[in-house]
Design a protein around this ligand. Sequence first.
Ligand SMILES: NC(=O)c1ccc[n+]([C@@H]2O[C@H](COP(=O)([O-])OP(=O)(O)OC[C@H]3O[C@@H](n4cnc5c(N)ncnc54)[C@H](OP(=O)(O)O)[C@@H]3O)[C@@H](O)[C@H]2O)c1
Length: 308
Amino acid sequence: MKVLLTGARGMVGRNILESFSNSQYELLTPSSSDLDLTKEHSVIDYFDKNKPEAVIHAAGLVGGIQANIARPVDFLSKNTSMGLNIINCARQEGVKFFLNLSSSCMYPKDINSKLTEDLILTGQLEPTNEGYALAKILCTRLCEYINTEDGNDKFKTIIPCNLYGRYDKFSVQNSHMIPAVIRKIDDAIRDSKVAVDIWGDGEARREFMYAGDLSDFILFACENFEQLAQNTNVGLGLDYSINEYYQTIAKVIGYDGRFEHDLTKPVGMKRKLMDVTFLEEINWRAKTSLEKGIEETFNYYKSEYNDK
Ligand SMILES: NC(=O)c1ccc[n+]([C@@H]2O[C@H](COP(=O)([O-])OP(=O)(O)OC[C@H]3O[C@@H](n4cnc5c(N)ncnc54)[C@H](OP(=O)(O)O)[C@@H]3O)[C@@H](O)[C@H]2O)c1
């Protein structure tokens, strides 16, 4: 089956290419310059020419907290227009299935329990990434509306937790927590620093999945599309404290300095943990340990960034 993979050059997309390398699917993998999803006519032309039979929508404008705060207009409008164009065109063309990637950022903030799929739109969003979250909610609901109106189950959404892994971004301004900490601790080793600072007390807890596990799930999801729920959380169902992430990264990459907590700095939400009951029901679980995932990510970082 010919499957259009959007975002094929991104972190998730590149992991999908690896997981799908021996699969039954022929992936179409245009870059954003081959196919700009914010332009409706480009999407229609692409479908006309290439006739994909299914879509995995893994493209998006994705960034860390600083980028989201600085450019909410882009995060809202680009992610919305990409989603609207590709979802509506895929519906028009009668694809066999459409797998939409959302994000746990679309859940309300300050939920004191595990995040279950029915909590979408039940409370205030985290203000620092509200634009991104609104776009994710819109696309998720659009998939639901299409299934309801068309009387079938072809448009489904998966909701990954935070991710890290090979092909991640390691820039100081624009990276997520794990690559940022890998870079910070690696720099500390190189600069012989005896201490590394951690914002806050380090007790806040976060759930991070290795991106290679997500892409394995995406292959499983394509092969078992009918079994999927309308919206499916994809996470570990377990989390670690920020201190534990720092300690594990230090152990894996060989830093034996100390950590100092800067209690004047903000810490964000205390906890954000996905409910993965549905994954347990269908007997799927992520297989990469935190240590192994960090080791793979660090090796990628060394080969791509440090050895050049
Ligand atoms: N990273 C995470 O922690 C995380 C967590 C949960 C959910 N997700 C979701 O997973 C998906 C992929 O994230 P990622 O981390 O792989 O992001 P990424 O590494 O930043 O990659 C984003 C991809 O989107 C493509 N893209 C951006 N603008 C486009 C446009 N106008 N037209 C066509 N393609 C465009 C880029 O294409 P080019 O490279 O060709 O420009 C790039 O391949 C997103 O939907 C994101 O919300 C990510």
